[in-house]
Ligand binder design. Structure first.
Ligand code: HEM
Length: 289
């Protein structure tokens, strides 16, 4: 079994017990692991990618529109972190771990591609690895998980000041380029993955059906690429000061409605009133979108 070869690397002259147990587990459950890997690429990981990119694109409609989407996500309150862990982080980790095993040759990609060595096959693997590196960077850069790593060296994302903090964090051209590459890699990987997933699950078997699936994959890829790149354009258009005062007014209003302690320096609330609180004194950064 290929899986046995991959995990059963020799340590001196003997194979460690843990390694051979893992190898036999993988070889016994190869079919199931591959199916779960394939499914996880669609739901929840792929579904999350679609929602995330479309949410980010809402910044093209202005800072308030984006803040509204972020508030909706954060209305989950204390449930947000467990939901993120269960439906985003663990499935991505599972998909990436199996993906790396496939790339390393430990798990064959049975039936996924009818002919090996074509460009799409190679790009699927390359973009998987680029997407992984990008996701790690993205979490360090903007997510609450990355706060201990980035420390005070980098401005993070504050969900109560979504557009203004995002615009500051995305301020450099280098960062925009990095996000272009990372997002396009993730989009290609997902869109091309949709096509290969249909082959894995036997959804399109004839050449004509494969061609139709190809068209769908291309359309999905183009829409998501436009949404992803559009969000970068939208962030660059944000007027940071104007966004900050709008966000602070919304935050004051929210606190008043929910009976929370007002922001330091806030004398009262009124949508459309001038900024009366220092946004930097708002509560510490908690989470990404
Ligand atoms: C942005 C998040 C990701 C999404 C939405 C995603 C989605 C998908 C989908 C839908 C497939 C097709 C499955 C099939 O052919 O049955 C796939 C395949 C694949 N993914 Fe991902 N994936 C993501 C991240 C990753 C990461 C981080 C890796 C790590 C290297 C990875 C590695 C792979 C590999 C190697 C394949 C091809 C497997 C094969 O050749 O049979 N993916 N992915």
């Amino acid at each position: 079994m290929v899986a046995v070869e991959w995990v059963g690397k020799r340590v001196g002259t003997s194979v460690s017990t843990d390694e051979s147990a893992a190898a036999s587990f993988l070889s016994r459950n190869q079919f199931l692991i591959y199916r779960l890997f394939s499914l996880s690429g669609l739901v929840p990981v792929g579904a999350f990618l679609v929602v995330h990119l479309l949410t980010n694109a809402s910044i093209l409609g202005g800072a308030e529109s984006f803040q509204g989407r972020v508030d909706l996500i954060h209305s989950l309150g204390p449930l947000l972190v467990p939901v993120e862990i269960a439906f985003i982080f663990l499935p991505i980790l599972f998909h990436a771990a199996v993906g790396f095993m496939i790339i390393a040759g430990g798990l064959p990609n049975v039936g996924s591609y009818p002919y090996a060595g074509n460009i799409r096959y190679t790009l699927q693997r390359a973009t998987g690895m680029i997407a992984f590196a990008f996701i790690v960077w993205h979490l360090i850069h903007l997510h609450w998980l990355g706060a201990p790593v980035r420390g005070t060296a980098m401005p993070g994302f504050d969900p109560h000041h979504a557009s203004s903090t995002l615009a500051v964090a995305m301020g450099s051209m280098a960062m925009n380029l990095l996000y272009c590459v990372g997002m396009l890699a993730a989009v290609y990987h997902f869109a091309n993955g949709l096509w290969s997933l249909g082959i894995t699950w036997g959804l399109w078997t004839s050449p004509a059906a494969m061609r139709r699936a190809n068209v769908v994959s291309v359309v999905v890829g183009v829409v998501l690429a436009v949404a992803g790149l559009g969000s970068l354009v939208g962030v660059r258009r944000v007027d940071v000061e104007a966004a900050r005062s709008m966000e602070t007014r919304r935050e004051e209003l929210r606190r008043m409605l929910e009976g929370e302690v007002p922001l330091p320096g806030a004398a009262g609330v009124g949508v459309g009133q001038p900024l009366r609180a220092d946004p930097s004194a708002a509560e510490p950064q908690r989470s990404g979108t």
